[in-house]
Design a protein around this ligand. Structure first.
Ligand SMILES: Cc1ncc(COP(=O)(O)O)c(C=O)c1O
Length: 441
């Protein structure tokens, strides 16, 4: 399988998987797309999903990557990456939630990051000294650090802003050791991102150092996110034979929902997709007005979805042939304020005894508003957003004791108990380059 750029009108598939994965973005600034969309045998998907998530993922991954890596190594990598659960939880008859937060960092990013870490290890084959540079405002860094931990031949540098990630997120990034090198930058998230970009743009430095990013738009993070849609579909259609589900996705950068759209184009029957936004509602607005107006993001309580110019918009449009009418026929959109999200967290608990993280709560609201029949996605464990949950109950149901209902998972508690090890750094590209250089000596 080769890859083309979303900005190439001729769709010339000029890039190998290794090039697409190591570059992240195409040279013209577009996103990489597979040259064709392989068709999945849905009966096979159903029977493999009944065996395990990993068995199903091995089959689906082979459709894309079978020519790039030997089958036995792909299989071993996937079995190791996907050793956690991905249940479809029923809140009530007709209302299911796909829980994507049972991985090591308790967020859906584990599905993409662990796969990408394993694949880079296979593609790189330990023969080259590759440094993965990533800037994070919290969640991506922890997922990438966990997903790339101990991958041979790969060093990871995670840049995060001093005092601006939660103590829990900092613990997740700074307690792994080994090939994971956390860097605490005296600056904000934008500074971290600018530092990473500056290193990528330093042609002389890159000539001597093999650096890449683990950005969420990377094909190796995007494609494996389509697999959990198949897994949920297989579980849901067992309970609803002969029907196709509506799928509701809390969305920010639109990587997740676009992966679902990829699954549907691979042959997975879906009735409709619904994107659920916080106040950063550019896509729901686009769906109702036909005019796409990206803009700076605003801060919300579902902060991982605070994106005003979603990177994967381009990929989504490309999947639908850049045709607004075709997109609109398969996608609906809804947006919610912070107060609505917090009220929903309390409401879901009151109705179902279920504690929801703020992002999943946005999905829940859109599920109800769209009168969906299918499932919505829960993208993170509620314990990662304790502050928001506390606020939500204080405002909407003060009689509930959050300490009693919000258990911290063992893995998170363990990371918090360990000593944090990181390098402090100024917002200075020379310091960062020296640091990256020192890792290869
Ligand atoms: C917890 C959580 N929910 C939802 C999203 C939105 O996913 P996407 O950016 O792929 O639309 C993110 C993205 O970072 C997230 O971390």
């Amino acid at each position: 399988m080769k890859y083309y750029s979303t900005r190439d009108a001729e769709r010339k598939a000029a890039y190998s998987l290794k090039e697409a994965a190591f570059r992240g973005l195409a040279p013209d600034g577009g996103l990489f797309m597979p040259e064709f969309i392989p068709q999945a045998d849905m009966e096979k998907v159903r029977s493999l999903a009944a065996v395990s998530y990993a068995d199903m993922a091995i089959y689906l991954a082979s459709l894309f990557f079978g020519d790039d890596v030997p089958a036995d190594r792909l299989e071993a990598m996937i079995r190791k990456a996907y050793d956690f659960d991905c249940p479809l939880h029923t809140l009530e008859d007709g209302k299911d939630v796909l829980e994507l937060f049972h991985g090591p960092t308790f967020a859906f990013k584990d599905f993409g990051a662990r796969f990408m870490g394993g694949m880079l290890g296979l593609l790189n084959d330990g023969s080259e000294d590759l440094t993965v540079l990533t800037a994070t405002s919290g969640d991506t860094g922890s997922a990438v650090a966990a997903g790339f931990h101990n991958v041979p031949g790969i060093k990871v540098v995670v840049l995060y802003p001093e005092g601006k990630v939660s103590p829990l997120q900092e613990s997740q990034m700074t307690t792994l050791g080994g090939n994971i090198n956390p860097v605490c930058v005296r600056g904000c998230f934008d500074d971290c991102q600018a530092l990473v970009k500056a290193v990528f743009n330093d042609v002389a430095f890159r000539a001597d150092h093999y650096v890449t990013s683990a950005n969420s738009i990377n094909v190796l993070r995007w494609i494996p996110q389509s697999f959990y849609y198949f897994y949920a579909w297989a579980q849901w259609t067992l309970r609803h034979p002969g029907q196709s589900p509506d799928i509701v996705v809390p969305s920010g950068n639109y990587g997740n929902i676009t992966a679902g759209m990829l699954a549907s184009m691979m042959g997975m029957p879906v009735r409709r997709f619904v994107c659920a936004s916080n106040a950063n509602d550019v896509v729901p607005e686009y769906l109702s007005t036909g005019v796409y107006v990206p803009r700076p993001s605003v801060r919300t309580v579902a902060n991982a979805m605070d994106v005003g110019a979603p990177s994967n918009y381009e990929r989504m449009m490309c999947l639908y042939g850049n045709d607004f009418a075709v997109l609109k026929a398969s996608l609906e959109g809804f947006a919610y304020s912070d107060d609505q999200i917090k009220a929903a967290i309390a409401d879901i608990y009151a109705r179902y005894g279920y504690v929801s993280d703020p992002h999943a709560a946005v999905g829940f609201l859109a599920y109800e508003a769209s009168k969906a029949e299918g499932f919505y996605l829960a993208t993170a464990h509620a314990a990662k957003f304790g502050e928001v949950i506390r606020d939500a109950f204080a405002q909407n149901a003060p009689e509930v004791s959050v300490d009693e209902i919000l258990a911290i998972p063992e893995g998170l508690a363990k990371a918090m108990a360990k000593e944090k090890v990181y390098t402090m750094m100024d917002n200075d590209v020379n310091q960062l380059e020296q640091f990256v250089d020192s890792l290869s000596r």
